[in-house]
Write a protein that binds this ligand. Sequence first.
Ligand code: PEP
Length: 264
Amino acid sequence: MHSKKLIVGNLKMHGRLKWNEDMLTALLTKIGKINNLDIALCLPFPYLWRAQSILSGTNIAWGSQNVSQYEDGAFTGSISSYMVAEFGCRYATIGHSKRRALTSENFQSAANRFTQALKANLTPIFCVGEKEGEREKGNAKAVVESQVRALLGSLDPQMLELMFKNKAVFAYEPAWAIGTENFAKPKAANEMHEMIRKIIAEKNSEYAKQVKIIYGGSMTPDNAEALLTMDNIDGGLVGRCSIDPSAFSQICETANQLKCGETS
Ligand code: PEP
């Protein structure tokens, strides 16, 4: 289980075209030679073409922050997985808790988006995580378990095969830690990741050993090492710090020293 860690930047709805260009160029200067780490940036849809032209052939992959649950058709304002794939995306984040909180997206539609991403040969990054109230009631593990089981239970054997083939990623993102000053305690996050891995193992034990389960929720240069040295934390989904090339590069440098399945 000694594969590279994965650091994904979620740029959310920040920046304009010029800012994006400057950001991508600055990041290439800082981390363009890192080779012991998988790196990706999930950008707003309109800037995917620019990521494609700036990042093609580099060590930084790119992706979208969502895809439609439908393939094609009269869905005004929606963007399909096939469309983003045409702009060279390797990844798509799916079911981000902010989207579920701020829009009508729910778990069923997230499962459909996940399937659409797989069909377009993307690597979906499926986000799970408990809300603050659920955590306070001591239900965090039960909530995350039911989210992972709901996704896996919704996939037919063909889709499960595609999920293994496309190396779908899981992101444990406790909603209370996103965009706050709080991050999960590394040991507690590690236990959650271990549980997710065990549930995946019920479907495919070999895949469970390799699947990347990354942590998201206020990861910073200060806490990255403590989180990333946990043996079940295979990387990070980084929000705010991904819009600061210096902070994001520091997190990448930390992860570059580590491999999956290693404790310090
Ligand atoms: C996120 O948006 O997925 C995220 C983890 O954000 P932040 O790092 O800002 O908490």
